[in-house]
Design a binder for this molecule. Structure first.
Ligand code: NAP
Ligand code: MG
Length: 515
């Protein structure tokens, strides 16, 4: 008998035994750095001549792994493996498919610190951010397995005499799964396992900056006994094989999480019908964010400041849910701003192998340069209050940065920066704050810090974001607890980790028999 779903607890690294266990995991990972990783197509490991090096963003001289790169011919081979495996995989009973996920979750739980240590090294996550990423990956598998079990039960339909009617949720076919690097374990695992537990086969193209953690996860799927060809692993450049896979006539659906621009491109390519294509492709796309915390005049000011700092600077602001806009009522603006600046100046940035650093680097040189450019733009659009420059070290370190007195229409108030930068904007009153809160093209997360019940109720209906939080930070969604996804240019609002998510990877078939 299965126990009810419960979120995987986070590790308390203040306990000496946990700290020691994590140090051992880091040492194990350290001893495995620089290894080679192959493509896995139909269970076969394939090395290619073209390889990419995954680099530790905290230490640019450290190679995490060397990863074979798929070209279009190998992407085609992966597609054919997925197409032929679909014929057998779709016939595996739903409960049997779920059992693979329960097993994989159990294996990942046993190897939890090791996977988190890979996240520290490959993505530059602090210990606790890495631990949360791994916990979320475990949660996704436990949760989607239960959801599949539920979906496979007999569904209540209106009964009429003399007929037996039944509704089945059957798989779609081959899915192309394209995850981002910022939750390189959790989001990649969630997207991949939701598709497979629903009976689909997968071509998985991991993000180019974090392929090793994905390769490690492929080991877990193999250990769990997931048949060869159910998930085909094809690291490679998004532009080179991404378009090819998206446009492929045998692709039935695309599950994408990443930036707005890439999502829109995929949407356009996927919509075009091609000769021989039998279906309209389905697209699940979760995209960018420009998320606000609104601070009301009557509120717990310390809570407001703490929520802004945690949401803006955890994992150096590289979360789609990160707070990059603090919209503060004029009556408390100076107090909240000053406290945020004070807290921000206490944050430390460095190589996150050391747990004393609050946050680590940004992910690569492209992100580093882009964020530093936005900081220069910020200097012309607002008043620099903290940070505003790179930080010491042989990695992509940027100081947590606060700008004050920014216009609601300024670029740093409108465009996703995806780094440790927050802009403060003053609101005349609560309605004005809500108006500013809704003034971007995104609609992912938002928070309101207020003691005013009427204002909270107004925000409940009028603050147009997929995940709205009251009197807490706007990051840290939990599987099953806070189904996640956003509006407008933030994507298709698929609500990952929610009860409706698996429906996106199935189609319903009704069978009616006259008795
Ligand atoms: P990205 O640059 O859009 O990349 C995402 C994925 O798309 C990567 O695997 C990338 O491969 C691939 N890709 C790039 N070009 C492609 C193409 N032409 N066809 C198919 N695939 C292509 O995004 P990112 O920098 O990894 O992630 C950060 C973004 O993700 C932010 O905008 C963030 O807000 C968003 N995000 C959203 C959510 C959400 O739930 N809404 C969650 C997390 C992140 P390469 O790595 O090889 O380029
Ligand atoms: Mg890297």
């Amino acid at each position: 008998m299965l126990i009810d779903f419960k979120n995987e607890p986070f590790t308390n690294f203040r306990l000496p035994e946990n700290k020691k266990a994590f140090e051992e995991a880091l040492a194990k990972v350290e001893s495995e750095l620089g290894r080679e990783y192959d493509l896995i197509i139909g269970g076969e490991r394939i090395k290619t001549e073209k390889k990419s090096r995954s680099i530790n963003p905290s230490n640019k001289d450290q190679v995490i792994g060397i990863v074979s790169q798929a070209d279009q011919a190998l992407a085609e081979k992966a597609m054919q493996a997925a197409v032929s495996t679909f014929e057998t995989w779709k016939a595996v009973p739903a409960q049997a498919r779920s059992r693979y996920l329960y097993k994989a979750a159990a294996i990942l739980r046993r190897r939890k610190h090791e996977f988190s240590a890979w996240l520290v090294k490959e993505a530059g996550k602090s210990w606790s951010e890495a631990d949360a990423d791994t916990a979320e990956a475990i949660d996704f598998m436990e949760y989607y397995a239960r959801q599949m079990d539920k979906l496979a039960e007999r569904h209540p339909l209106t009964r009429i005499p003399g007929e037996d009617n039944e509704l089945y949720y059957i798989p779609l076919g081959v899915g192309v799964v394209i995850p981002p690097w910022n939750f390189p374990l959790a989001i990649m695992v969630g997207m991949t396992t939701a598709a497979l537990v629903a009976g689909n086969t997968v071509v998985l193209k991991p993000a180019s900056t974090t392929p090793v953690i994905a390769a490690k996860f492929m080991e877990i799927l193999e250990d769990a006994g997931v048949p060869a060809g159910v998930v085909n692993f094809v690291p490679g450049s998004g532009s080179e094989i991404g378009d090819y896979l998206v446009e492929h006539t045998q692709t039935r659906f695309i599950s994408f999480t990443g930036s707005r621009d890439v999502g829109l491109r995929i949407n356009e390519l996927a919509a075009k019908h091609r000769p021989g294509q039998k279906w309209m492709k389905r697209l699940v796309a979760e995209m960018g964010g420009k998320d606000s915390i609104i601070v009301d005049s009557d509120c717990d000011l310390e809570l407001a400041a703490q929520s802004i700092v945690a949401s803006a600077f955890g994992f150096s602001g590289q979360k789609c849910s990160a707070c990059s806009r603090a919209i503060v009522h004029q009556d408390v603006y100076d107090q909240v701003l000053n406290r945020v600046v004070e807290l921000t100046k206490q944050l430390t940035v460095g190589d996150v192998v050391n747990p004393d650093f609050y946050t680590g680097p940004v992910v690569d040189d492209k992100a580093y340069n882009k964020i530093l450019e936005y900081i220069e733009i910020g200097k012309t659009e607002g008043k620099l209050m903290a940070g505003g420059e790179k930080a010491e070290g042989n990695g992509y370190f940027i100081k947590p940065t606060v700008f004050a007195d920014v216009d609601p229409q300024a670029r740093i108030m409108q465009e996703e920066i995806f780094g440790p930068v927050v802009a403060f904007c003053k609101a005349r009153d609560f309605d004005h704050a809500l108006e500013i809160g809704n003034n971007t093209e995104y609609g992912l997360t938002g928070a309101v810090i207020s003691r005013n019940r009427a204002n909270l109720e107004k925000a409940r209906t009028e603050f147009h974001v997929g995940n709205l939080y009251f009197n807490r930070k706007c990051t840290g969604a939990l599987v099953g607890t806070h189904p996640f996804g956003g509006f407008n240019m933030s994507g298709t609002d698929s609500k990952a980790g929610g009860p409706d998510y698996l429906l996106l990877f199935t189609q319903a078939k009704l069978v009616s028999e006259l008795l």
